[in-house]
Structures are given as structure tokens and as C-alpha cells.
Design a protein around this ligand. Structure first.
Ligand SMILES: [Zn+2]
Ligand SMILES: [Zn+2]
Length: 347
């Protein structure tokens, strides 16, 4: 069997299981309704949770964990929206949802630009010009640097951009990538950050500087202070920092850690879905999965059957895992950590 035949067989069997599930529970067919309901309930619970912290009823750490969980769900909704799963016929609702979900996760890139990078990811997953995955540390050797920069798209991005652009140029030379597409990819990877992602990251850096300075002062009592205008900004932005940014740092770290280790990169045959991903659901990843809505459990399934909502994918995952196992898709290949996420050998 060729990999195309295997993939088409996997696709057929998983799609059939989705069909069965929807025949059993016809209510699942109302996709727009479910998308909107999940969106509104998440927003409401984030609001209540944040209010309870603001009024002193709820400790900050609990509020941060709960918000990070719901932002993880909103991330799944954004991914579904990117694939036009909700309100395709009602563009205003569709784009409003996309916008609000972005603003609640401002450390991520512009979703309309991400849509282009994500489609590219599906088409060229695991190649050296899979910008979406390269942008979240996939393919780098594991080190303290990779760990610290896992969640960071701005300073982390600056560290990654040179080798990414070099590889993109090389891919054009090798005839694997068209020059105009290479130009677009480079453009998207920079414009996607402007201005929301950069502003949100600058606030995080300011918060980190202030924390480090406090730590330094308690150890050495130097009396060093941040300039007044910066402490004013920090004070003014305190609700945003606690309610939105800190939960998103946690969520983004968890998602980037899981996604960059479940996708293979660098030596994946173009278009070979069998080699693109693994299922990553080993027990110790559980605390990380909680904040990216168990991405590692189901993303491999999504590579085969793209046009399905995240909740149906989760509900039908048992059968899908059976199918993936049967066709030799890897489960918990931890060797990926020592191979810099190559499918076969260390680079
Ligand atoms: Zn993927
Ligand atoms: Zn996708």
C-alpha cells in the first residue's frame, strides 16, 4: 500500500466514525450553534472567574489556571474558525468571533494571517518551510534556550528567524518552493506580529523585568528601580496582565511544547500525512494538555480529516486512535526529543 492509499483509508474510516456519531446524536450537526455556545459560555466563565479574583474572593493563581483552561478552548475554536467551521455564510459573526478570540489571546499572531500560514502548514507539513511549526521551536535541538523561548514569538522569533529565512531561501534554490510563495511566507511571519502580538509581548517583558529587579533588590538591596513611566504602565495594565497575559503565557507554553513535539519536521516526505504527526498523550504531558485542550490527543487525527470540529474529534477519538494505530501512526514516540523532531534520524 502506498502512503496515499493508507491515508485515504484512514480518512475514510475516521470520517465514517464521525458520520455514525452524528447519526446517533443528530444535535451535533448544528455546528454553528455549538461553536457559538462554546464561545459564549467560555467568555462568560472567563468573565465570572476574573470578577471573582478582582473582588478578592478568588486567589490569583486559581483565576490564572481557570482562565488558561478556557483560553485553551478558545484556541481550538480559533483553529476551527480558520478552517471555516462556523458561520461561513454569516461572515460578520465569523470575523467577530475570530477578532474577540484573538484579543483574548493577544500573544498569538493575527488570525487572518495565521489562516494563510496554517493552510501552508497542512499542505507542506514537516517541510523546512512549514513556518507555523518552525515559529514555535519545532525542529530545534532540545536545550534550556528552546525551553525558555518555547512560548515567546517575539524575542524567540528573533532567534529563530535567521535560520528559518535561510532554509526558505535554500528551499527555493532546491526547487521545493516557488519564489513568490517564499516571499509571502517571509512577509506573513513578520506582519502577523504587528502590532498586537508585539505590544502584548512587550508588556510581558516589562512584567518580567520588574519581577527580576524586585528579586535582585531583595538579594542585594541595591534600590534599583524601573523608570516611573514604566511602573505606571505596569500598574495601569495590571488587570490585563493578570486576567489575560499570564494565563496566556501558560497556555501558549503548553500548546507550543505539545505541538512542536508531536509534528515531525525536516525529513518528512512532502504530502505524506503518515509521517507528519504522532499522537502524544503520555501520562506526564497531562498537566500541559489541560491548558491546550488535549491537543496532543487529537491533532494527528485532524491531519487526516481536516474539516471537522474539535469537539467531534474529541468525542470520536477512541475509534480514530484505533484506526491510526492499525496503520502504524506513532504513539508517544519520545525519541523525537533527541532527534530535534526529525521523523527518522538526528539531523
Ligand atoms: Zn498540524
Ligand atoms: Zn488545521
Amino acid at each position: 500500500m502506498t502512503h496515499q492509499q493508507q491515508s485515504s483509508q484512514i480518512r475514510k474510516e475516521i470520517s465514517r466514525s464521525y458520520q455514525h456519531l452524528k447519526e446517533k446524536y443528530p444535535i451535533l450537526k448544528h455546528q454553528d450553534f455549538w461553536g457559538l455556545l462554546i464561545f459564549l459560555v467560555s467568555l462568560l466563565l472567563v468573565g465570572i472567574n476574573s470578577y471573582l479574583w478582582w473582588t478578592g474572593i478568588w486567589p490569583a493563581w486559581a483565576m490564572i489556571l481557570v482562565n488558561a483552561f478556557f483560553f485553551g478552548i478558545l484556541h481550538e475554536l480559533e483553529h476551527d474558525l480558520i478552517h471555516w467551521m462556523y458561520f461561513k455564510a454569516h461572515k460578520a459573526v465569523h470575523h467577530t468571533m475570530l477578532f474577540l478570540i484573538w484579543i483574548l489571546r493577544p500573544l498569538t499572531i493575527n488570525p487572518w494571517i495565521r489562516r494563510q500560514l496554517h493552510y501552508h502548514h497542512h499542505k507542506y507539513s514537516g517541510t523546512l518551510h512549514d513556518v507555523e511549526e518552525r515559529g514555535v521551536t519545532n525542529g530545534e535541538k532540545w536545550s534550556v534556550k528552546r525551553f525558555l523561548l518555547t512560548a515567546d514569538l517575539v524575542i524567540g522569533g528573533l532567534f529563530r528567524v535567521r535560520s528559518l529565512f535561510k532554509d526558505i531561501k535554500q528551499e527555493v534554490k532546491n526547487g521545493n518552493l516557488k519564489p513568490d510563495l517564499s516571499h509571502k511566507l517571509r512577509q506573513y511571519s513578520l506582519t502577523g506580529l504587528i502590532p498586537v502580538t508585539i505590544i502584548a509581548h512587550l508588556l510581558v517583558y516589562l512584567l518580567l523585568s520588574s519581577l527580576l529587579l524586585d528579586l535582585f533588590n531583595t538579594s542585594f538591596n541595591t534600590g534599583l528601580q524601573l523608570p516611573v513611566f514604566l511602573t505606571t504602565i505596569l500598574e495601569y495594565c495590571r488587570p490585563v496582565i493578570y486576567i489575560i497575559l499570564i494565563p496566556n503565557i501558560l497556555r501558549q507554553f503548553c500548546l507550543h511544547f505539545i505541538t512542536s513535539n508531536l509534528h515531525y519536521i525536516g525529513d518528512v516526505e512532502q504530502g505524506n500525512v503518515i509521517e507528519q504527526t504522532q499522537v502524544l498523550n503520555v501520562w506526564w504531558t497531562f498537566p500541559l494538555q489541560v491548558f491546550c485542550f488535549f491537543f496532543g490527543w487529537t491533532h494527528a487525527i485532524h491531519h487526516f480529516v481536516v474539516n471537522e470540529t474539535f469537539y467531534v474529534r474529541h468525542l470520536a477519538r477512541k475509534k480514530a486512535h484505533e484506526v491510526l494505530r492499525q496503520y502504524g501512526i506513532r504513539f508517544n514516540d519520545l525519541g523525537t526529543f533527541s532527534r530535534a523532531n526529525r521523523f527518522k534520524e538526528q539531523p
